[in-house]
Design a protein around this ligand. Structure first.
Ligand code: SAM
Length: 282
């Protein structure tokens, strides 16, 4: 714990109490106040920990007022912890505005990392795209959802969505229609819980997989759509551009091909042939 008062942003379990970190337990026992998305939901966790902290409601509809209360407590020299119902506060949950106000008021904000459905799903997805974008919940209206997806379709990154069970079928259909039926999706449901399921398939097959067993449409979902496959022409053009630059710098053909291979990953033999052609057989 900090010597000076601080707001601790505390991640809590998604479903398995064992995922509460030792540091989260220590802070939740030590602070006099816990600002919670739903005080009724968080009260059992505090009881379980034997925490004497008092609860303050801090939900989406009172975040500004809650921020004022938290700042008053901090100004009085008392630390406050912030929790949401599950996972990391401010990730598709209230908390970001409260944190912003506390920072504006120049009080210390300390993150206590831990469970987050997006990160848990990514870590077990097997998706190797080096970049990913957290999208969270899509708009519920079809037109806005399609517009949002069109903006994302060509991004060279995996896309991470949150979805509720009653919209899961509609959403995978919209993803397949807009992002392409061939793109791979990982459906991660009920993470850390009894019926945890992680299934990968082409987007065009996801609806049928969900429909094959009604239980597969129950619970909480993360959907991760893999990055689009790079167009063959793009890779080729990039390798050619790099090779040309290296040859222009006066590098010998063999060395230019070797370096272009190291930079772009294009096949070394093909680069060598291409470099020879560019140098006019030299
Ligand atoms: N703050 C949370 C986090 O750090 O992941 C997210 C809160 S958001 C209101 C709730 C959504 O997160 C659910 O609708 C679902 O999409 C996802 N989620 C939460 N728990 C999950 C779990 N155990 N398995 C899969 N998805 C989960």
């Amino acid at each position: 714990m900090e010597a000076s008062p601080a707001l601790y942003v505390v991640a809590t379990p998604l479903g398995n109490l064992g995922d509460l970190t030792a540091r989260a337990a220590e802070v939740l026992r030590a602070v006099p106040w816990v600002a919670a998305e739903d005080t009724r939901h968080s009260a059992p966790l505090l009881r379980h920990l034997g925490s004497p902290a008092k609860l303050l409601p801090a939900h989406e509809h009172n975040e500004e007022a809650a921020a004022r209360q938290v700042i008053e407590r901090l100004a009085a020299g008392e630390s406050v912890a912030l929790v949401s119902d599950a996972g990391t506060p401010a990730v598709s949950d209230p908390g970001a505005r409260l944190v912003a106000r506390v920072r504006e008021a120049d009080f210390k904000v300390v993150p206590l990392p831990g469970p987050c459905a997006a990160v848990a799903a990514l870590s077990a997805s097997g998706i190797t795209a080096p970049r990913w974008l957290f999208v969270g919940f899509l708009p519920t209206k079809a037109k806005q959802r399609e517009e949002a997806l069109r903006e994302l379709a060509a991004l060279p990154a995996a896309l991470v969505f949150y979805e509720a069970p009653h919209r899961i079928l509609e959403s995978v259909a919209a993803l397949a229609a807009t992002l392409g039926a061939a793109r791979r999706v990982v459906v991660a449901r009920e993470l850390t819980k009894l019926f945890e399921t992680i299934h990968a398939c082409p987007l065009g097959e996801a609806a049928a997989w969900l429909e094959a067993d009604a239980n597969r449409q129950r619970g909480e979902f993360v959907l991760i759509v893999d990055a689009p496959a790079p167009a063959a022409g793009d890779d080729d053009a990039e390798a050619g551009r790099v090779l040309g630059l290296l040859l222009d710098e006066g590098l010998p053909v063999k060395q230019a091909a070797k370096l272009a291979h190291a930079i772009t990953g294009a096949a070394k033999n093909a680069l060598y042939e291409r470099a020879l052609a560019l140098r006019g057989g030299a």
